[in-house]
Write a protein that binds this ligand. Structure first.
Ligand SMILES: [Zn+2]
Length: 214
């Protein structure tokens, strides 16, 4: 990839701040907006997505998509001028999903997951700065055997994007169907974003699983 293509890709990956021609919810181009077709899933387990401020305008941020689908997911911003309210991270049954070699053994089921949304470096920084995170039981995921199409390569050490990580925990502790729906919506999101960028991937012609849920 030459410098011009890298610059072009970078510009395309950011949503304009006036949302010109872009859906302000899903960040896809207006003609490709996915919002009306997304499932709304009322999971039992809550998800708190602590998103680094630098992810705010990135089209490729997948925590945004997860929060559009899951009624019990919320995004909490970290960084910038605003103080961070860590009371949102407390409560019985709250676990932290954090890439690492150790896994905390659990006796009971989780009621809420905290997911750090950002590059691995940003996630490590959030973990270091937000003391409430370090008192939570931690769960780490293993790298997936297959790499699904993504708008960018995940920087996490477990090789998962945020929505994939959320799908993995909800699939494991609540319902495999929820995981399938999240992953199918993500595949369709990538397909539409690719289409608006004129990019075609032969293995991603249509998201059958996504269409099957409608
Ligand atoms: Zn939309």
């Amino acid at each position: 990839m030459n410098a011009w293509q890298r610059w072009l890709d970078k510009m395309r990956s950011r949503t304009p701040r006036d949302y010109s021609g872009v859906c302000p919810r899903c960040f896809l181009k207006i003609g490709s907006c996915l919002c009306c077709e997304l499932p709304r899933i009322d999971s039992n387990i809550e998800v708190v997505i602590v998103r680094h401020i630098k992810e705010d305008w990135l089209t490729s941020n997948t925590g945004r998509l997860a929060a559009l689908i899951l009624t019990k997911a919320r995004i909490v911003r970290y960084g910038g001028e605003e103080p961070f309210d860590d009371s949102l991270l407390c409560g019985d049954g709250t676990w932290l999903l954090y890439p690492g070699p150790h896994q905390t053994p659990q006796q009971s089921l989780p009621r809420r997951f905290v997911v750090l949304d950002g590059t691995f470096r940003q996630a490590r920084r959030m973990y270091k700065k937000i003391s409430a995170l370090r008192s939570l039981p931690e769960l780490s995921l293993s790298a997936p055997s297959q790499q699904p199409p993504r708008l960018r390569n995940p920087p996490r050490v477990d090789g998962l994007s945020t929505i994939e990580a959320i799908a993995a925990v909800l699939g494991r502790f609540e319902s495999p169907t929820i995981a399938e729906q999240l992953l199918a919506a993500h595949a369709e999101f990538v397909r539409r974003a690719d289409a608006t960028r004129g990019r075609q991937r032969p293995h991603l012609k249509a998201s059958v699983a996504f269409l099957a849920h409608h």
